[in-house]
Design a protein around this ligand. Structure first.
Ligand SMILES: [Zn+2]
Length: 223
């Protein structure tokens, strides 16, 4: 659905309690930008394919895929879409460092989670289940390195639109938003999602900073 000129909102289904999420295709004259992807499931893939077709596009029309962060909901279909479209994949520099540790070899991550749960008094009987609680989503994501590494203040240009990259850590340590000042278009990913704390603990390497960091960057976005 074209929600404003040249911006197509695409609803992709999710397998959990939340039934869908929104991703966006931004039209350009020499290529199109997809912001986020949805999980790597046949349902999400089919919904994206059908929505693109409805708006007069195909996978090959996607030239850049920019993910606001590397959670499977936002990065899951990257591998498949890259293969089908030949698009370049763009991701924030901090998130790019976690692809392998989260979705590839994640022994260290599991060890850190276990240590954190133990240090915070989680009963021994529940440690294993809680430590591995997020591993189920690995099946829905991509272990693909980005082609373009984005940093705070970088820009992505699509035709006459120039999207500024704003680092917004909190929900995920290297979460980014995309802002187009001329048209006042703001793509916020998951910064307003309530699950923002635990994922920041390990990368900041101490427990006290994420809240302050999150609020400071949130204020920046609002201003
Ligand atoms: Zn997320």
């Amino acid at each position: 659905m074209e929600i404003v000129q040249g911006v197509h909102q695409i609803k992709v289904p999710l397998p959990g309690a939340v039934d869908h999420m929104n991703i966006y295709l931004i039209e350009g004259t020499q290529g199109n930008l997809l912001i986020d992807t949805g999980f790597d499931t046949p349902e999400a893939f089919g919904a994206l394919r059908d929505a693109l077709k409805f708006s007069g596009f195909g996978f090959k029309d996607i030239t850049v895929i920019a993910a606001t962060h590397a959670h499977p909901t936002h990065y899951g279909l990257v591998d498949k879409l890259k293969q089908m479209s030949g698009a370049k994949v763009a991701l924030g520099d901090i998130e790019a460092k976690f692809i392998d540790s989260r979705y590839g070899k994640n022994d260290l991550l599991l060890k850190q989670v276990k240590q954190l749960l133990t240090a915070n008094g989680v009963p021994e009987s529940e440690i294993t289940e809680l430590t591995e609680a997020s591993m189920a989503v690995k099946q829905y994501t991509s272990v693909v390195k980005p082609d373009i590494i984005l940093k705070d203040g970088d820009k992505i240009t699509v035709a006459s639109s120039e999207f500024k990259i704003i680092l917004t850590p909190g929900h995920s340590p290297g979460h980014i938003c995309l802002y187009e000042p001329k048209r006042k278009l703001f793509f916020s990913g998951d910064i307003y999602c309530r699950i923002y704390f635990l994922t920041s603990v390990f990368t900041h390497n101490r427990v006290l900073t994420p809240w302050a960091t999150f609020l400071n960057h949130w204020r920046r976005c609002l201003s």
